[in-house]
Design a binder for this molecule. Structure first.
Ligand code: SF4
Ligand code: SF4
Length: 422
């Protein structure tokens, strides 16, 4: 057995918890999950059936954890796992799954299929079967602190521009601030006005906040890659930055997977509770709205719709807050069909957009989003995830739909802000 295979199998064995085992024994092979997955519906290729993406893990479970499997392998009736059992799944898992969890919503026996696929990634990554783009992003995340190579200098330059535009000083390394705000590299590089918008809102609502020069990255490439050790290293950096500044809360910005990682998975990665409370920026803004501290004036009369980022919405439960915030400024808000917890993924989540090999496929499966948009024909599409926003930009451009304006919700609120100090 090759070292690669051994490492991959060991990594999958380490993921074999009771949930995984009970899920495999419960699957009734109904195939319902296939109709929920954009990679199946948009390509009509049955290989993208969600539970089939977990096949390497199922084979291992059957061989080593079931009575008949153990007997079968002893008698030579079950073939041993090979390296191609893993390598054949690399493309299916990394290119053909955004970890959107839509499949987990429809399984009649309650199998969290995305949870299983995440565990398959652990085996593939350990065996060296991960896409180059994502592997390189992981290296940059560990070595530079950002999957896109965004350094502190870049952030400082971005902040200087935002300070000039807003006339506000961005707080850096303020000990004892209430909130430490993280940013995703995609936000800093692509939508820097998010930072200025936050500063305006926090000034107007009297929120005490800071940025850490030690660590500011929200993205966790370890999760996208399926490398728990890397995921834990990156979580530890957030924890030590927050502990150093003695903050009470950490804000997860407009990035879907960053939120589920730091909010729900982080304590498991590092093996202890977090010493702070995590809030998604939508949760905080909505809390400020409910408290009467966030006030807006004027509205956008455009027909606006909302794209729910899968991780923040479906997996993270941040569904009502963005809608309540949009209620302040968008009287012609119109829901897309199959929205909220059943929204269709943009096609670029789970690390797919960092994987150039998957470019053609992610643009193909954007047809699911196109169908939703064609049904409503909004003037603008609002979202709360910079990664979705990048993917939506690509998808709209590819489909000649650039007349639909893309908007970040924090910026939209900031544009209508009543700028009086609370
Ligand atoms: S929907 Fe659930 S039970 Fe049906 S095939 Fe998929 S994983 Fe198995
Ligand atoms: S998590 Fe999303 S993309 Fe992945 S298999 Fe399930 S439905 Fe498909």
């Amino acid at each position: 057995m090759s070292d690669n295979l051994e490492r991959g199998l060991d990594a999958m064995r380490s993921q074999m918890d009771t949930r995984v085992m009970s899920y495999f024994s419960s699957c009734v092979h109904c195939g319902i999950c296939a109709d929920s997955c954009l990679f199946c519906t948009e390509t009509e290729d049955p290989r993208y059936t969600p539970i089939y993406k977990a096949e390497p893990l199922r084979k291992l479970w059957k061989r080593e954890y079931t009575f008949w499997g153990k007997l079968g392998s002893k008698l030579g009736l079950l073939k041993p796992m090979t390296e191609s059992d893993l390598s054949d799944w690399e493309e299916l898992v990394y290119d053909g799954c955004t970890m959107c969890s839509r499949c987990s919503m429809v399984c009649p026996v309650g199998i969290d299929i995305a949870y299983m696929i995440r565990k398959v990634k652990e085996g593939l990554a350990a065996a060296g079967f991960s896409p180059e783009g994502l592997v390189e992003a992981g290296k940059r995340a560990v070595e530079i602190g950002s999957p896109m190579g965004v350094t502190l200098k870049t952030l400082e330059a971005t902040i200087r521009v935002q300070e000039k535009e807003t006339g506000l000083k961005m707080p850096m390394d303020v000990e004892g601030a209430d909130y430490l705000c993280l940013f995703s590299s995609g936000e800093i590089a692509g939508f820097p006005e998010f930072i200025g918008s936050l500063a305006k809102i926090f000034k107007a609502t009297g929120v005490s906040w800071t940025i850490s020069s030690d660590y500011f990255e929200a993205t966790n490439t370890g999760v996208q890659l399926g490398n728990s050790k890397m995921a834990a290293t990156l979580v530890e950096r957030v924890v030590s930055a927050a502990e150093k500044l003695k903050v009470k809360h950490v804000i997860s910005p407009e990035c879907g997977h960053a939120y589920t990682t730091i909010r729900w998975d982080a304590p498991n990665f590092i093996g202890r509770p977090l010493p702070f409370k995590v809030v998604h920026i939508m949760e905080l803004l909505d809390e400020l709205r409910r408290d009467g501290r966030l006030k807006t004036a004027g509205v956008s009369n455009d027909k606006l719709s909302y794209h729910d980022p899968c991780n923040a919405g479906r997996r993270g439960g941040v569904l009502n807050q963005p809608r309540d915030l949009l209620g302040m400024v968008a009287p012609n808000f119109t829901e897309l069909p199959e929205t909220g917890a059943m929204n269709w993924c943009c096609g670029g989540g789970g690390g797919v957009s960092s994987n150039e090999r998957a470019d053609e496929l992610r643009l193909k499966v954007f047809s699911a989003k196109k169908r939703q948009l064609d049904a409503v024909k909004p003037d603008g599409l609002v979202t709360a995830c910079s990664n979705c926003r990048h993917m939506l930009e690509d998808g709209l451009e590819e489909n000649d739909m650039e007349d639909i304006e893309l908007l970040g919700i924090t910026e939209l609120i900031a544009d209508h802000l009543v700028e009086e100090t609370a």
